[in-house]
Design a protein around this ligand. Structure first.
Ligand code: AR6
Length: 231
């Protein structure tokens, strides 16, 4: 078998890549892997301007630790473009660490259309939220709130009013939500990462000691919350 063909971590999956996606769909149907799958965006690396190289180290480290603790789960880092720098960095670092590429891989696509456009079943998705947990604002937060409709907003309000950087909150997605009905998403985990953008609240002024600690806490909190749903 040619190198990089069978290992999902080394093959950047595109939503147009039918074969790869059909494989995932089949796998999901046979053993319901979708209910044990978390799809997550790279927290803080776009609007919040966190350094990509540092973020990729943190993603790979925290994911590797988590996969060691739980064997029955799958983690998928998602971004919109094939040219995503964070996806390339994470792929490269994960393969160097020999992380099991069937349990942790990258996927190119819109996190709100992973099943219908990509054939990838994920019951749980993470959101890179803002501290007030408000819809809109742009980025993945706007995409998830738009796709999920009003019911996500209501369900979120019942769970929390605000988030501290480095923490996350699980919201059960009501079955009336289009995101639930169409994509099979049962839970959204809102995560607040560190902010390096001077135009946003809690700006860390390039303090990467603090920023990295908070980003690590954010991923640990996300993964622990995901584990609590699956168990
Ligand atoms: N599907 C998959 N990945 C996406 C999508 C999508 N639909 N949209 C964006 N990404 P960002 P942050 C990727 O800016 O840096 C919001 O306005 C994107 O390419 O959404 O944590 C909130 O309200 C990047 O890799 O989150 C906050 O105020 C990643 O998702 C603030 O931005 C995160 O980008 C949070 O900023």
């Amino acid at each position: 078998v040619e190198d990089g063909i069978t290992c999902p971590m080394e093959v950047e999956k595109g939503l147009n890549d039918k074969n790869e996606n059909e494989e995932h769909a089949k796998e999901s149907d046979s053993d319901d892997v979708g209910s044990r799958t978390l799809a997550f965006p790279s927290i803080s690396t776009a609007d919040f301007q966190f350094d990509l190289d540092r973020a990729s180290d943190i993603i790979v480290d925290t994911a590797a630790d988590f996969l060691q603790k739980f064997d029955n789960i799958r983690l998928v880092l998602v971004d919109l473009s094939k040219k995503s720098k964070i996806l390339s960095l994470v792929k490269e670092k994960a393969s160097k660490k020999s992380i099991d590429c069937s349990r942790f891989f990258t996927f190119v696509g819109d996190i709100t259309q992973l099943y219908t456009k990509g054939g990838l079943q994920c019951s749980v998705i993470a959101n890179a939220a803002n501290w007030r947990l408000k819809p809109g604002g742009g980025g993945v937060n706007a995409a998830i709130f738009n796709a999920a409709g009003e019911s996500l907003h209501h369900a979120t309000k019942k769970c929390a009013d605000a988030l501290r950087p480095g923490t996350s909150v699980i919201v059960s997605l009501p079955s009336i939500s289009p995101l639930h009905q169409r994509e099979g998403v049962t839970h959204v985990i809102h995560v607040l990462g560190p902010n390096m953008n001077p135009m946003r609240p809690d700006y860390l002024k390039n303090d990467y000691i603090k920023g990295s600690k908070i980003l690590r806490e954010a991923y640990n909190s996300l993964f622990e919350n995901f584990a609590s749903i699956v168990q």
